[in-house]
Design a protein around this ligand. Sequence first.
Ligand code: NAP
Length: 310
Amino acid sequence: MQQADFQLIIIGGGPAGLTAGMYAARGRLKALLLEKGATGGQVLVTDWVDNYPGFAEGITGFELMDKMTAHADRFGLEKKFATVDSLDLVDDIKTIHLDNGDRLTSRTVILCTGAKPRKIQVPGEEELQGKGVSYCATCDGPFYRDQEIAVVGGGNTAIQEALHLTKFAAKVTVIHRRDELRATKILQEKAFAEDKIDFLWNARVSEIVGGTGGVESLNISYNDGSTSSLPVTGIFILIGVVPNNEVLPLDQLETDNYGFIITDDEMCTKLPGVFAAGDIRSKNFRQIINAAGEGATAELSAEHYLGNQV
Ligand code: NAP
């Protein structure tokens, strides 16, 4: 059988990748986790995690990911901080090209590249990013102490982060394109009971207007055709995610209409020896607990595949 550098390479160090890595290290596979930034993924910038089993009092996203990293480290998971440039996943030996020119080979690969915030794609959004336009309430909330700000979206992220932003802002206006929220009922109840949160229903931001100091106001269009202007100094756009699939060989994999990778229940992609787990997978629910569970399943599937190859 052809030799490869590793039995398993995991790409991405969020909850899915770290769990797969922890299982692989504990299972004594020759495994490597590749991560371009810090391990932890999107959860690192999540203010508070209230629904991860075992943490009855809740835990910050940062702390939870610190613990997951430490858990994988305890079993000696090998990690490399590097950016993947491209992958060739078709042959029995998979090849991973890094942007520094290095090339790694592995018998199996688990893709855990995750997802990133979706944009509203209106005038002003790109130009004013970092000057009042944000996609991360935990990162940027403290800049808006006693100011009036807006949150776009009606899902769990938007409502959870709108509640978080009330710790800083004088007023938070949630702008949602329908007349009811998608967020879970418990978050809705908290948001409706919060005096600092107002709602604009059936409304979309059509333009983010800035001046020399950054964002100054939002132009709003309502579904009935009317318009208004909302003076704010910050806008948090929290309307879901798009896949981090830029370096993935999409011609070799099967994806859904949005570019998320399709797998079976065992996390197998259509390519033998290639698995996917976490937010990069095509699915309805993107929770930390799902990502971790899928990471475990993907690693066990990789072990099973390797066992059958011997
Ligand atoms: P989401 O559930 O997909 O919600 C996206 C929200 O943005 C929806 O309200 C949607 O409106 C709106 N939206 C989408 N595109 C838009 C556009 N172009 N313009 C204006 N509004 C737009 O995304 P999410 O809230 O980021 O959550 C992602 C996943 O993480 C979900 O599975 C969620 O349950 C999970 N999550 C869980 C927790 C928790 O359990 N505490 C916390 C955060 C996230 P419509 O409602 O009209 O479609």
